[in-house]
Write a protein that binds this ligand. Structure first.
Ligand code: CAA
Length: 257
């Protein structure tokens, strides 16, 4: 598939997808989301890629779902198009998925970033769910994920009153991983992802799966799930390699097997 609304490239084992609708502040329309998901799913099965990174530009990660595309929609139109299903497909990406944000991270853009595993934010990032101003509520997971991240009290303000969070606030509440300078935010995010991409690939995927299980299961079921994944990793060559390298004081060479 050739892409018109995104840019893609691989650098240092990182599959990078960049929204490319700058004039619309990278508003997420159906066509761009289709391209984004296609690119991410391809990187997810590409052995040369160990970590996935999604970004926008300095002014906006994404200012939300495309309001112009939704303005005249009926409930049946909304049901019939796959737009929000794309967020379910984001959840099924098995490699680590990181968002590098800057500027506006709003509505569906914030929901996209929160559906990623980690967020590296430039100092100018502003997070919010301003759907209330349009007479709607978030529909791609915003009410749930923002509440998990920042707690009920602040989530209510964000969803009911359109309160934005600065990068500092987002870091304070644990919504993001780190704040980096605007000028270098993408390079910093690539460096962050490249470190993860260089690690034992199967263990990285299992680690992601185990952490994400917290949001789906009871503690008991999560612990049992973790233990199965832990035992399963003893069937990999990378486990033998990693432990042999430790014992013999040498650098491990990961095979992803
Ligand atoms: N959809 C479509 N177009 C958008 C857009 C969006 N979400 N956000 C910005 N744009 C467009 C504007 O219409 C404008 O286009 P034109 O030049 O053709 O008029 C262009 O991007 C630049 O935007 P502004 O002139 O508004 O820029 P600004 O700096 O004055 O304001 C802003 C920036 C505060 C982010 C403002 O654009 C804004 O409020 N955008 C909408 C944010 C929003 O409500 N997001 C939620 C969308 S609904 C949703 O996401 C539902 C869901 O849960 C899935």
């Amino acid at each position: 598939m050739s892409y018109e609304l995104i840019r893609t490239r691989v650098e240092s084992g990182v599959g990078i997808v960049q929204f490319n609708r700058p004039k619309a502040l990278n508003a997420l329309n159906r066509e761009m989301m289709a391209e984004v998901i296609d690119a991410l799913e391809q990187y997810d099965v590409d052995d040369a890629v160990g970590c996935l990174l999604v970004t926008g530009d300095q002014r906006a990660f994404a200012a939300g779902a495309d309001i112009k595309q939704m303005a005249n929609a009926t409930p049946v139109d909304m049901l019939a198009n796959p737009f929000i299903d794309y967020w379910d497909r984001l959840r099924r990406i098995s490699k680590p998925l990181v968002a590098a944000t800057s500027g506006f991270v709003l509505g569906g853009g914030c929901e996209f970033a929160m559906a990623c595993d980690m967020i590296i934010a430039s100092e100018s990032s502003r997070f919010g769910q301003p759907e209330i101003n349009l007479g709607i509520i978030p529909g791609a997971g915003g009410t749930q994920r923002i509440t998990y991240a920042v707690g009920k009290a602040l989530a209510m303000e964000i969803v009911l009153n359109g309160r934005f969070l600065s990068a500092e606030e987002a870091l304070h509440y644990g919504l993001i991983n780190r704040i980096v300078p605007v000028e270098t935010y993408l390079d910093e995010a690539i460096k962050f992802c490249a470190e993860i991409a260089a690690r034992a690939p199967v263990a990285v995927r299992m680690g992601k799966e185990a952490v994400n299980a917290v949001f789906e299961t009871s503690l008991q079921a999560g612990l049992a799930h973790e233990r199965r994944l832990f035992y399963m990793l003893f069937s990999t060559e990378d486990q033998k390699e990693g432990m042999d390298a430790f014992i013999n004081k040498r650098q491990a060479r990961w095979q992803g097997k």
